[in-house]
Design a protein around this ligand. Structure first.
Ligand SMILES: C[S@@+](CC[C@H](N)C(=O)[O-])C[C@H]1O[C@@H](n2cnc3c(N)ncnc32)[C@H](O)[C@@H]1O
Length: 663
């Protein structure tokens, strides 16, 4: 068979296959879950782990390189439709425009925006794709398509949205993976109006390659508007403007006879009995010609349209005024997705898009009563999509997931190598050695020096001590207590280690790690700083380039009031440590609340996962955000309220508060 070759396709005579490591997903948030469903899920979690839980649509934050193989164990052969719109032109796909809303006390519209440059990890993904030009893109695309084909059901379909940059190479790869015989159409979508500045022919279209896994694929006829020539045939119109053309009603020349009678002076051999003729007349569907004949009126607005062809001229790109526009540069129009989803799936079918962007595929799937899974590696995409889904009336409950600690554990095992001398050591010793290496690695990135002889304190930097959180678990209140105790028991007395503070580095921080830890530290006269270990640490390139930054956690102030069975929560303050933010953004923010893009509350956090039960967020149409909300509890008791804030840069900060409801 004719085959496309690129550098890196074969190694030792074999095609290089995609990574097939299946990692478990972690649910970091559920959205719109009812109290009853939540209780049921909790029971099945703790009661019978094998009891199947109900289907939840899934928004996954992660690289498709890890997400797709991790979906295989559960979904191989089960996805009915895939639509992807992979990045294919420049790295610009990764930058995003963040919006700063008005100061809450002004009435004028002073909303401004700024472009947030891609994060290291996004740039890394871009380099993976384009690092060696077209060759690496081809390999990246090939690996994606191989896994997607495995996920598709036997009667499933895939649509790949591309343009002239790589579209024709992609066609060759799709033929190789899906089989030439399973190619169905190349849809040409006219994306823009004419480019008057083009030197040659204006490139005003995208290509969408449509393949099915087999002959058995689902396909429902979809319709496009008629073209102008066809519409021109509807020359007549009723007084109310309805356009129609006329059609013969006589049965002359037809085999099979007809009905001979006279109706309103017109005698002929008709196609239908007189009762039908009377009914059509009463419905104003008859046209009495000037020559005394009767013809049938065919109304344009009653015809379904033209069965869709591969040339799509009738769907407009999203313009700056479009209602659906959400400031995501590569957002595709909903009518485009609607046509694809209607044609190649049915209600309840499962639809996958591993390049979620602003979430168009999932949003339309949701509206059309399909199930969906979508992923993206960009923080801003996940945040944009979550808000978009929340804006859909009666959106079904969905979950936000990632591969969190499993990805990190994998990294620790793969990237950190054991000292040769430990070959015969016990598993516990090996693990301790790897963990030690891991901590030293993080300390080095943090430009701290490693110290020994302590359990909870691992390094020192600029007069402060440093704790490195484990890859497996969030830093907890207990961890903090132990660090502080160790600090005073040992370091405090030791004149060599003069320090009044600890920098606590962690991948995650326990939700309840709030004032309790800080108050405890303050009471013990220790200044604590919590800093996030960035995900870029896992990326060798980022590490080599020395681009790793440890950002201090934002601080979130809440006012909580209880009265009988009611609680009110007010966002009182929100501060992002200043060195994390571009100067031009700092200068535009005059009130702390302008940092907040979205906040949500779990009124009864149960140590399982964050259940989003209430939220307020800014949209393009409504840039205002509520700062106070309340809840009436049904039963007295002690509750943990968890508040999550997402700032305009897409980072989240969570805080827990305890309340007691007396009833
Ligand atoms: C062209 S946009 C998709 C736009 C989307 N169709 C919409 O209507 O909003 C491509 C998306 O792919 C994401 N992306 C790029 N590389 C990725 C990867 N390796 N894994 C997951 N997502 C990736 C980017 O963050 C970007 O959001």
């Amino acid at each position: 068979m004719t085959e496309l070759h690129w550098e890196g396709k074969y190694k030792d005579g074999k095609k290089v296959a995609p990574v097939r490591l299946a990692l478990p997903f972690q649910t970091v948030e559920t959205i719109n879950e009812s109290a009853a469903d939540r209780k049921r899920n909790l029971e099945s979690l703790f009661g019978n782990p094998n009891k199947p839980t109900e289907w939840r649509n899934r928004l996954i934050w992660g690289d498709k390189k890890y997400v797709l193989p991790s979906l295989l164990p559960e979904f191989a052969g089960k996805v009915n439709l895939i639509y992807i719109d992979p990045p294919f032109d420049t790295g610009a796909n990764f930058s995003f425009t963040a919006t700063i809303a008005d100061h809450p006390d002004t009435d004028e519209d002073e909303t401004t925006s700024f472009v947030k440059e891609p994060s290291m990890i996004e740039q890394k993904a871009y380099r993976d794709t384009w690092g060696r030009g077209l060759d690496s893109y081809m390999q990246w695309f090939y690996e994606t398509i191989v896994l997607l084909r495995e996920l598709l059901a036997e009667d499933g379909s895939i649509y790949v949205h591309l343009d002239w940059h790589v579209g024709h190479y992609a066609k060759a790869i799709m033929d190789e993976v899906f089989g030439y015989e399973n190619f169905r159409s190349e849809i040409i979508w006219k994306r823009t109006t004419a480019h008057s500045d083009a030197k040659y022919y204006g490139m005003n279209y995208d290509q969408i390659l449509f393949y099915t896994k087999s002959e058995k694929a689902t396909f429902n006829t979809v319709y496009q508007p008629y073209d102008d020539d066809y519409i021109a045939r509807f020359k007549n119109s009723d007084p109310n403007g309805r356009k129609w053309t006329d059609d013969n009603l006589t049965a002359k020349g037809l085999s099979g006879g007809g009905y001979e009678y006279e109706y309103k002076g017109a005698k002929s051999l008709w196609r239908m009995p007189i009762e039908t003729m009377k009914r059509l007349d009463s419905e104003n569907r008859l046209h009495f010609t000037s020559k005394g004949g009767i013809r049938l009126k065919r109304y344009l607005d009653e015809l379904p349209g033209m069965p869709s062809q591969a040339l799509w001229l009738d769907i407009n790109a999203i313009n700056s005024q479009a209602k659906e526009k959400i400031n995501y540069p590569t957002q595709k129009p909903e009518p485009l997705l609607e046509r694809i989803i209607k044609a190649s799936s049915n209600e309840d079918d499962l639809i996958l898009d591993c390049f979620c962007g602003s979430g168009s595929t999932a949003a339309v799937s949701e509206r059309m009563k399909r199930r969906w899974i979508t992923c993206d590696l960009g923080r801003f995409s996940i945040h944009t999509a979550r808000k978009r889904f929340l804006g859909i009336a009666n959106v079904k409950p969905f979950v936000v997931q990632n591969l969190g600690k499993y990805e990190r554990q994998q990294w620790m095992v793969n990237e950190l190598t054991l000292d040769g001398g430990l070959k015969n050591a016990s598993e516990v010793e090996k693990r301790a050695a790897i963990e030690n290496q891991y901590r030293n690695f993080i300390l080095e990135l943090y430009h701290a020096k490693s110290i020994s002889g302590y359990t909870w304190l691992h390094g020192a930097k600029a007069g402060r001590l440093v704790h490195v959180g484990s890859v497996d678990a969030p830093v907890s209140n207990d961890d903090v207590k132990r660090m502080v105790q160790e600090f005073w028991k040992t370091v405090g007395k030791n004149t060599d280690q003069k320090s009044n503070g600890i920098d606590v580095l962690g991948w995650d921080f326990a939700f309840e790690l709030n004032e309790t830890a800080s108050q405890f530290a303050a009471a013990n006269k220790i200044d604590l700083k919590f800093k996030k270990i960035p995900r870029e640490v896992l990326e060798r390139k980022a590490v080599e380039q020395g681009d790793i930054k440890f950002f201090e956690m934002a601080s979130l102030g809440l006012k909580v009031k209880t009265s009988k069975n009611q609680v009110s929560v007010t966002l009182d303050n929100f501060m992002i440590p200043p060195d994390d933010v571009p100067q031009e953004v700092q200068s535009k923010i005059t009130h702390w609340s302008q940092w907040v893009d979205y906040w949500s509350i779990d009124w009864n956090f149960k140590e399982d996962t964050f259940h989003n039960e209430w939220q307020s967020y800014r949209t393009r149409q409504n840039t205002k955000i509520e700062l106070t909300t309340g809840k009436t509890y049904d039963k007295p008791g002690k509750y943990t309220i968890l508040v999550k804030v997402i700032d305009i840069l897409g980072n989240d900060t969570t805080k827990a508060v305890q309340v007691e409801i007396k009833g």
